[in-house]
Write a protein that binds this ligand. Structure first.
Ligand SMILES: [Mn+2]
Length: 319
């Protein structure tokens, strides 16, 4: 019998089991870790500091902030919301991973295993939607606080169903979760989340850059891509010089070939890409077919790193 199988949770050992999402944790990563811990047993962990939106969500839903992941002898780790090595916390040993629940492409740096593994990856809007489906299919009730966290995961990743990554399952599950959580107006909750993440006036420029930052390796090239989804893009555009300075430092520190930062205007559904140097300008011109002016590239209609911004870079670097 397999030691750990998402399909037969009653057989799983849950001592020392933890559920963990990606670095720069967001609402989907934290919500899914909490949901998975309630459904499968074990405890939720986090791989970094919470961003403003997720801090608001945890407070609103009334859950405790998951503890930071640490090295524990014999621990078992279920991963949620990612499958790339570049997004795994350094304190997790590959051999301790027992399952993956995710909604991202398997790209150049997937976590690999020597044995067969229980993996559930679906092209859905959020990992939280997959967890909600698993609760339902397993006939298990969830607590209102967990429903609230999973709802937040869906609303965050789909930008309240406006992102092109939204799938037909996200909204129906969000509505069911809102009912369980006792949230009358899920759009109002989503709007409050967006507002919480938008005011970055008191956040350092480095933390803005790294708040939602992912590393990729494509055809031997290292790409770092940060995103800030905001209702107040001017606030960040005004900080362009500081952002460029932090991008310089981060590019050198991480040994990146390219670094990008997208200011995603969630109100108008457009992006402003901050262009660090000529190398980025050249790659972005090929990927997006737009021109750079004063180290900014305007990208109309682009709001998703996962389904729009990164695939274009991926295609360009792979060509
Ligand atoms: Mn996600």
């Amino acid at each position: 019998m397999a030691f750990f199988d998402l399909e037969t949770p009653e057989n799983n050992e849950t001592d020392k089991l933890v559920w963990l999402g990606h670095l720069s944790p967001d609402s989907d990563t934290i919500g899914s870790a909490i949901g998975a811990a309630e459904l499968f047993g074990g405890e939720a962990r986090r791989a970094g500091e919470l961003n403003k939106e997720t801090a608001f969500v945890v407070d609103y839903c009334g859950v405790e902030v998951p503890k930071m992941i640490s090295k524990v002898e014999g621990q078992k780790v279920g991963l949620v919301d990612f499958n790339q090595k570049t997004q795994l916390h350094k304190d997790v040993d590959n051999k301790d991973i027992v399952a993956i629940i995710d909604h991202h492409a398997i790209q150049d740096q997937p976590i690999t295993f020597n044995t067969a593994m229980s993996v559930d990856i679906r092209p859905w809007g959020s990992a939280a939607t997959i967890l909600a489906d698993r609760f339902e299919k397993m006939g298990k009730d969830m607590t209102p606080t967990t429903a609230c966290m999973l709802l937040a995961g869906i609303l965050s990743d789909t930008l309240i169903f406006e992102s092109p990554t939204t799938c037909p399952f996200d909204k129906p599950f969000a509505e069911k979760l809102a009912k369980i959580a006792g949230i009358e107006d899920l759009y109002d909750f989503g709007q409050k989340m967006m507002e919480a993440k938008s005011d970055l006036a008191d956040v350092s420029t480095y933390d803005v850059l790294k708040g939602d930052f992912k590393h990729y390796e494509i055809n031997g090239k290292k790409v770092g891509f940060g995103v800030a989804e905001t209702l107040l893009p001017e606030q960040l555009l005004d900080r362009k010089a500081d952002l460029l300075a932090e991008m310089k430092g981060e590019k050198a520190k991480q040994g990146l070939d390219f670094i990008f930062f997208a200011i995603v205007d969630t109100k108008t559904k457009n992006s402003h890409l901050v262009i660090y140097s000529d190398a980025e300008a050249e790659l972005a011109a090929k990927a997006y077919g737009e021109a750079t002016a004063e180290q900014l590239m305007y990208l109309p209609g682009m709001m998703s790193r996962k389904s729009q911004l990164m695939p274009a870079v991926q295609a360009t670097l792979s060509a």
